[in-house]
Write a protein that binds this ligand. Structure first.
Ligand code: HEM
Length: 396
């Protein structure tokens, strides 16, 4: 039996990453629905695939405008307002090419490094023996070390910078004091790394631009912001998505066995695993910059619109039998887990490669991988922009 959704529901939904929130079935009949956010403001929650895509592809639904003072908010900003439109800032500053080169998995040696490093991390786990926390000792380390490699900084520095993310990605009504302190400290630290001759990679390349008159408009702080934000967006997304992919596979051992037997299927399986991925716990926020009509609903200029990726990805109108994980699903790559439109994730090939390489390394050496605790004992992080198991204890 389905019931009509109440006039105003609270958002976000459950932080539990094992099941789609039950509200999503109720929202199918109301794909544009009023919700109350953590900040206490009203927003439109969009939950059909077609309408989510429409919002993401229409620039009048603006990401940059969500950081303007006084607008309705999903939760308090934890970063300086101008940083919200980060990738556009990088593009405007002429840095897009350097960034895209650094995050391209086809860049010289990056793919080889990823394969070798994932294998080393799995070796370490095998030496240590079960049980281990696969989130902390594999997904996190692999994500941090990959970003150390991309930025050209030490693994210790990447770990230090990544420790800020536990606060930076909190979603709360008021900004945690720690978020601003961490931000300022991290920017100061990365500014120092620009002067360090040991710094290579993207930060080294950015540091070199400082001698080029064509880039005289760039301040050290702008360059450091590129590093801090890429590490933040990248580590949280890769670590989170991989942890959730592993949870999915451990709950579906027949799929894991299939990938262990036929590892050549892994790259194609990644999109379907990302389609059912519940990593994103909030809605992708946009502010209407004009009066608009969406799915028969009037959206007024200045109103907040939240795109619910997990609902789009499980919309039966787009993905028939959406709750079945079909590793051969023909349109799996149409999922919105990397967003869509003007703010589509610039690191899609890297994100997919990261997950494929990790699964390949685990499948090769740990076909018996299983949870070391009953699944209902996984603890899900709350008050956070991503769904994440606090620990992922596994045996093999
Ligand atoms: C599996 C891994 C990843 C997932 C699932 C993911 C997901 C996303 C999503 C959903 C968006 C769109 C946000 C929006 O529209 O509001 C996005 C944007 C972005 N992502 Fe990723 N991401 C991943 C990996 C990465 C990595 C590795 C990096 C950098 C090293 C990165 C950097 C960015 C940046 C800078 C943006 C902002 C783009 C813009 O505003 O134009 N992402 N990502």
């Amino acid at each position: 039996m389905t019931t009509a959704p109440p006039d105003m529901i609270d958002f976000p939904f459950s932080a539990n990453g094992l099941h789609l929130p039950e509200q999503i079935a109720l929202l199918r009949s109301t794909p544009v629905c009023k919700v109350r956010t953590i900040a206490g403001d009203e927003a439109w929650l969009v939950s059909s695939y077609a309408l989510c895509k429409e919002v993401l592809e229409d620039e009048r639904y603006s990401l940059a405008a969500t950081s303007a003072p006084g607008v309705p908010r999903q939760y308090a900003l934890t970063i300086p307002p101008h940083v919200v439109n980060n990738m556009s800032n990088m593009t405007g500053a002429g840095l897009r090419k350097a960034v895209m080169k650094a995050i391209n998995p086809k860049s010289p040696h990056l793919r080889t490094w990823m394969r070798e490093h994932a294998a080393v991390l799995v070796d370490d786990l095998l030496d240590y023996g079960p049980p281990v926390d696969l989130r902390d000792r594999f997904a996190r380390l692999y994500a941090e070390n990959l970003h150390a490699r991309i930025l050209g900084i030490s693994q210790a520095d990447a770990a230090m910078l990544s420790s800020s993310l536990d606060i930076a990605f909190m979603n709360s009504a008021t900004c945690p004091i720690g978020a601003r302190l961490n931000w300022e400290r991290d920017i100061a630290y990365v500014t120092g790394l620009l002067d360090d001759p040991e710094t290579t990679g993207l930060l080294g390349a950015l540091a070199e631009l400082r001698g080029d008159p064509a880039y005289s408009h760039l301040t050290d702080e702008m360059l450091a912001t590129v590093g801090v934000t890429l590490l933040g967006a990248g580590v949280v997304s890769t670590m989170g998505a991989l942890s959730m992919v592993i949870v999915t596979l451990l709950q579906n051992p027949e799929l894991w066995q299939e990938l262990c037997r036929r590892p050549e299927k892994i790259p194609a399986a990644v999109d379907e695993l990302l389609r059912v991925n519940l990593s994103i716990a909030d809605g992708l926020p946009r502010l209407a910059t004009a009066d608009m009509r969406l799915g028969g609903v009037d959206i007024k200029e200045g109103e907040l619109v939240l795109v619910l990726v997990e609902a789009a990805n499980s919309d039966p109108a787009m993905f028939p039998d959406p709750h079945t994980i079909d590793l051969g699903r023909p349109n799996a790559s149409a999922h919105l887990s990397f967003g869509r439109g003007g703010h589509y994730c610039p690191a899609v090939p890297l994100g997919k490669e990261f997950i494929a390489v990790a699964l390949d390394a685990l499948a090769a050496r740990m076909p018996g991988l299983r949870l070391a605790v009953p699944v209902d004992q996984l603890v899900w992080r709350t008050g956070y922009m991503k769904r994440l198991p606090e620990r992922l204890p596994v045996a093999w």
